[in-house]
Design a protein. Structure first.
Length: 379
């Protein structure tokens, strides 16, 4: 994120140490698997995770983040100061998007959050599930009644050495406020019950198709399960989970929006996290998935940062977030609001997809998203 008035590396290290000390009472990473970590570091661990790299600019930010992702070796946290930009890599087991935002705000503005005042919470997920479904047993019946994703996308499994080395890559674009306004007006008229996030996903899906990128019959929507915890608390824990849904064909924004909202109301994210925790207790050989068609995952962070409290250097600002795609050839999209603009970010494996084609798709989305929604954009 940036451009910012950047603290020194020593200041950032000291803030990381203070943050870790605040969070030693609670589990980071709800899934008890090898990828889940504890927010408990020695000072030496934290001092070694901050480095100064070559300065970058907004124009080169995607390349700088791609290099960082390709050099990332699975450390819990890696923080790079790149001139006026702060680049942060965090393992999925340790952190999700909401927690990453809190972390970066602490590093840049020293605005320490108020963590949940709870005793050591190794069973945080279990207590959340019991509390949510125990309060209203009808929720469990609603969950059982939810339709399951039925589309089939055959997957082959490979040893990591059987596939080309992964090349994590990022491309992003900015949707200007006027373009966003036109899109929202058109979508409100066509699908008044759809959410803005689903509207954007509709445009992304059409842009993929117009760019010749064939994707699978399912979509993964990242859901934040903090909605099932007491409000007004900051939890030092990973509460994000990916939910699978059938992809409406032809695309129906209202239908997908209703499917997502119904699943959220029924507590499906909690059930998915619980199932994932149980499965992770049975370790198996490390394998890499290669779906027949790329699986598209989608997440809307919304307004990720409080722009008033951060030391921005200019009115031209970027907050870029990425997550790994599903499988070797997965494609992941994240939306973030910055000011009145929307940043659309695409992370993918350059060993499976041509960066030029992804760039063309994002350019089409940036210029003609309203036409994509209307189905009138040409090839």
């Amino acid at each position: 994120m940036g451009p910012m008035v950047m603290p020194s590396a020593d200041v950032i290290r000291n803030r990381l140490v203070a943050l870790a000390a605040m969070g030693t009472h609670t589990r980071v990473g709800l899934r008890p698997s090898p990828s889940s970590l504890w927010w408990a570091y020695t000072p030496a661990d934290l001092f070694n995770c901050v480095e100064i790299v070559a300065p970058t600019t907004l124009a080169d930010l995607d390349e700088a983040m791609s290099r960082m992702a390709q050099n990332y070796r699975g450390e819990g946290i890696r923080v790079c100061i790149a001139g006026d930009f702060l680049l942060t890599a965090v393992s999925h087991g340790l952190c999700d998007a909401r927690l990453l935002v809190l972390l970066q705000n602490v590093l840049l503005s020293s605005a320490a959050p108020t963590w949940a005042a709870e005793p050591p919470a190794r069973a945080m997920l279990g207590t959340t599930i019991v509390r949510w479904f125990g309060e209203k047993p009808r929720r469990l019946a609603d969950l059982i009644a939810l339709p399951r994703a039925t589309a089939v996308n055959p997957v082959s499994w490979h040893d990591p050495g059987e596939l080309p080395p992964a090349q994590p890559t990022l491309r992003w674009t900015t949707i200007a406020p006027d373009t966003r306004a036109v899109l929202l007006a058109r979508m409100t008229a066509a699908a008044p019950r759809a959410t803005e996030a689903t509207m954007w996903f509709s445009a992304i899906a059409q842009a993929l198709r117009h760019s010749g990128i064939d994707f699978g019959e399912r979509v993964i929507v990242l859901a934040d399960a903090r909605r099932y915890r007491p409000a007004a608390r900051a939890y030092l824990a990973n509460f994000a989970v990916g939910l699978e849904f059938d992809f409406p064909d032809p695309f129906d924004a209202e239908l997908l929006s209703e499917r997502v909202q119904t699943a959220l109301r029924a507590g499906r994210p909690l059930a998915a996290m619980g199932l994932g925790a149980v499965k992770s207790l049975r370790p198996g050989p490390r394998r890499v998935a290669m779906p027949a068609k790329p699986v598209v995952s989608f997440s809307d962070i919304g307004r990720a940062v409080d722009e008033r409290t951060l030391p921005w250097r200019s009115s031209e600002r970027a907050y870029i977030a990425t997550t790994e795609g599903v499988g070797f050839n997965g494609i992941s999209f994240i939306l973030v609001e910055v000011g009145k603009s929307v940043l659309v970010q695409c992370s993918f494996n350059a060993a499976a997809h041509e960066p030029d084609r992804i760039e063309s798709m994002l350019a089409l989305l940036r210029r003609r998203s309203d036409e994509l929604i209307a189905g009138s954009a040409g090839e």
